[in-house]
Design a protein. Structure first.
Length: 263
């Protein structure tokens, strides 16, 4: 079966990396693990020996059929479906517990998958994901770094992100053009603790990072906030009027959300 590049098919062929990915999920002997894009089963096979139950969601019919015949049906349910339409809530209800999620993600839909996981945070305990290195760097970035932006704040508001390791293109067949990073994302949303409302907070984050070269105040002005309201909010939160959004921690962004008029 030739790999379909339009489905992001770069199959992992590094046994040590596969072991590290599964180990990074932690003890899953009593858990249901959802695998996104099992492909030819590189990770799935090992998972089948470690997890109580594996749900493997694959959009490629030929690969899904092959996996169904190759793996023990009592441990692995291969689902032929697009992960973006797959019902995670129903899967968690059926499992009777929050899911663990693992995936060497198809890179062409990395962001939609991350957003889907965030939107379904109540049904997932933790995940171990492989994505293009540049994207992982943005997901895990700290305030003040060049990579810190909407993706970092959004991901980290849903729970801590721990970078794990990097793999070169040679770890895959066929090799992708980019390096890949594996990270753990534990779902423990911070909205309540930081006293912000999820949807409007994320909307504000998008506004303050809209143009990275502009100051935070200028981005807020461009988004239609009154200069006087911006000045008060910056003063109350102790943020310099010349600051850029990329300098602000989650706590400072939350404080800003609380001080600004709601839109
Ligand atoms: N897990 C395998 C491995 O590590 O070798 C394959 C990883 S490969 C990078 C991505 C996999 O995701 C492919 O098998 C591809 O067919 C599958 N895929 C692509 N788009 C998908 C989608 N929308 N839903 C589910 N699986 C998808």
């Amino acid at each position: 079966m030739p790999a379909k590049s339009k489905l992001g098919q770069n199959f992992l062929r590094d046994a040590v990396a596969i072991e590290r990915i599964v180990a990074a999920l932690g003890d899953c002997s009593a858990r249901t693990v959802l695998e996104i894009g099992p492909g030819k089963g590189a990770i799935t096979e090992l998972l089948a020996t470690r997890a109580k139950q594996v749900i493997a969601v694959e959009v490629d019919t030929a690969l899904a059929e092959h996996l169904r015949s190759a793996l023990p049906a009592e441990r692995v349910s291969v689902v032929f479906e697009d992960i973006l339409s797959y019902d995670l809530e129903a899967a968690a209800i059926q499992a009777g517990e929050k899911l663990l999620v693992v995936g060497n993600l198809p890179y062409y839909i990395t962001s939609p998958i991350l957003l889907k996981l965030a939107a379904n945070h109540s049904f997932i305990e933790r995940s171990v994901l492989m994505v293009q290195r540049e994207v992982a760097d943005r997901v895990a970035a700290s305030p003040g770094s060049r990579d810190y932006g909407v993706l970092s704040v959004t991901a980290q508001m849903y729970g801590p992100v721990t970078p794990l390791f990097t793999l070169p293109p040679s770890a895959f067949s066929p090799p992708p053009e980019v390096h890949s990073n594996v990270f753990r994302w534990h779902f423990a949303p911070r909205f309540a603790e930081l006293h912000v409302e999820e949807v409007s907070f994320i909307a504000l984050v998008k506004r303050v990072f809209a143009q990275k070269r502009k100051t935070l105040a200028n981005n807020l002005r461009a988004a239609g906030y009154e200069p006087a309201a911006i000045a008060v909010a910056l003063k109350q939160t102790g943020v310099e009027s010349t600051a850029r959004a990329e300098a602000l921690s989650l706590k400072q962004l939350a404080a800003l959300w609380r001080e600004l008029p709601q839109k």
